[in-house]
Design a protein around this ligand. Structure first.
Ligand SMILES: [Zn+2]
Length: 63
């Protein structure tokens, strides 16, 4: 009996809070470009080879 499941891609969304102005924004975990705060233009996340590097406070994660 083999019940191997096809692995789901590990993608999530992060609800983050900008440490500069407090703006809340949603970031995709597999973002391929730098994510900036829509309010103050501060970097919220930077892309890496596997997933984003978050530079802001994560409020919650969701799929
Ligand atoms: Zn901001």
């Amino acid at each position: 009996m083999n019940h191997d499941l096809i692995p789901k891609p590990i993608t999530k969304f992060y609800r983050v809070k900008c440490q500069g102005c407090g703006n809340e924004q949603t970031i995709f975990s597999a973002a391929s470009t730098r994510v900036k705060c829509l309010q103050c233009n501060r970097d919220l996340a930077a892309p890496t080879s596997s997933k984003v590097l978050l530079k802001s406070k994560v409020l919650k994660e969701f799929d």
